[in-house]
Design a protein around this ligand. Structure first.
Ligand SMILES: Nc1ncnc2c1ncn2[C@@H]1O[C@H](COP(=O)(O)OP(=O)(O)OP(=O)(O)O)[C@@H](O)[C@H]1O
Length: 325
């Protein structure tokens, strides 16, 4: 078969069309429904950020969002507002689990082609050639959201800055694009193999040389507590903030903290953990809704590999979980 004669323009336009291919009516309705629900702080941030989007002057913004303060809710609303007006909004996240939180979000490494060895390159750029199909999308984007950004290496931001200046032929920061970072620095910092705590702090976005120029906003009202369906959430959220703010004493000999009383349920074995999270797995393993409500998270891949499953009937399911987790 002769090769089809498709120019690069086709690929560019396909990506642009895909980014604009949303049900604008449905998005407008969702915006109309959700804007009145915003709490005063969320509303203030939403209005400021949408004004920046409308003015089109770009800039670097950071939204500090402790757990459950409505980061996902607000990001989704900003996304929907821009898309409902046929604008292009790009969302990336530092991990694939985090990318599932926002519609159309991809991992930063996949969408922006960051080099894999960021920590060893002094002046990295994204591996985006000018004929890369997403280039027009990055040029046209009203906003680039980097969700759950605290795990991102500061050099990723440097690479994005260099690349956008080059693609958009604009010497302003990030080529004049609007970049919105969001997350909570009480959570995980960049993971650097065989590093010290100092290496992680040095790699963190707060060590980025333009960090002092970032315009910062904060959400503080915990919406899971405000919603009436979870009375235990208030204590749990306070405990999380206490740990995140470094207020729980560290044991000098071990370097560990002790969890506050009633913080969580402890189990004594992996089997007990699995039985608690996935009770009666054999009966439930084909129930997608039941499965989507539970997960076991592990801090390291080696702990994931340690999970051994012996039940042949749903062995394949167990394996699938562990990969996802
Ligand atoms: N203004 C609001 N009106 C109604 N519900 C809201 C509002 N803001 C947030 N919520 C709800 O509160 C819960 C927590 O919000 P959301 O998931 O957006 O927070 P988050 O900061 O992303 O939390 P986490 O980091 O813990 O995932 C969700 O169920 C969300 O739908």
């Amino acid at each position: 078969m002769p090769a089809s004669d498709r120019g690069m323009n086709d690929a560019f336009n396909r990506e642009l069309e895909r980014e604009r291919d949303h049900d604008r009516h449905e998005l407008s309705q969702s915006v109309q429904t959700n804007v009145p629900l915003l709490n005063p702080q969320q509303k203030e941030v939403y209005e400021i950020l949408m004004k920046v989007v409308d003015e089109g002057n770009g800039g670097l913004f950071f939204l500090d969002t402790p757990g459950a303060t409505g980061n996902t809710f607000l990001m989704s609303l900003i996304f929907a507002t821009i898309r409902a007006r046929s604008g292009i909004a790009v969302a990336v996240a530092s991990s694939s689990i985090a990318a599932t939180l926002l519609e159309g979000c991809r991992t930063a490494h996949s969408a922006l082609k960051f080099p894999l060895n960021l920590q060893t390159i002094e002046q990295p750029t994204c591996n985006i050639a000018k004929n890369f199909a997403m280039v027009k999308v990055f040029i046209a984007a009203k906003i680039i959201i980097c969700n759950e950004c605290t795990m991102t290496h500061k050099r990723a931001l440097e690479a994005l800055d260099r690349t956008l200046k080059n693609l958009r032929k604009d010497s302003r920061c990030f080529g004049g694009a609007m970049i919105l970072l969001s997350d909570d620095f009480r959570q995980t910092l960049p993971v650097i193999p065989r590093s010290t705590a100092a290496d992680e702090i040095n790699a963190c976005l707060k060590s980025y040389n333009l960090w002092h120029n970032v315009k910062k906003f904060q959400l503080v009202a915990n919406m899971r507590v405000a919603l009436p369906n979870d009375p235990s959430a208030e204590d749990f959220c306070k405990q999380l903030l206490t740990i995140g703010n470094g207020l729980v004493p560290v044991d000098k000999s071990s370097g560990f903290i002790s969890f506050p009383p009633n913080f969580c349920n402890f189990v004594s074995s992996k089997d007990e953990l699995i039985e608690n999270v996935f009770p009666n797995m054999i009966a439930n393993h084909k129930n997608g809704e039941w499965l989507s409500e539970r997960a076991i998270l592990a801090a390291k891949n080696k702990y994931v590999d340690d999970f051994k499953f012996c039940n042949s009937e749903c062995n394949s399911w167990y394996s699938a979980f562990i990969q996802i987790c």
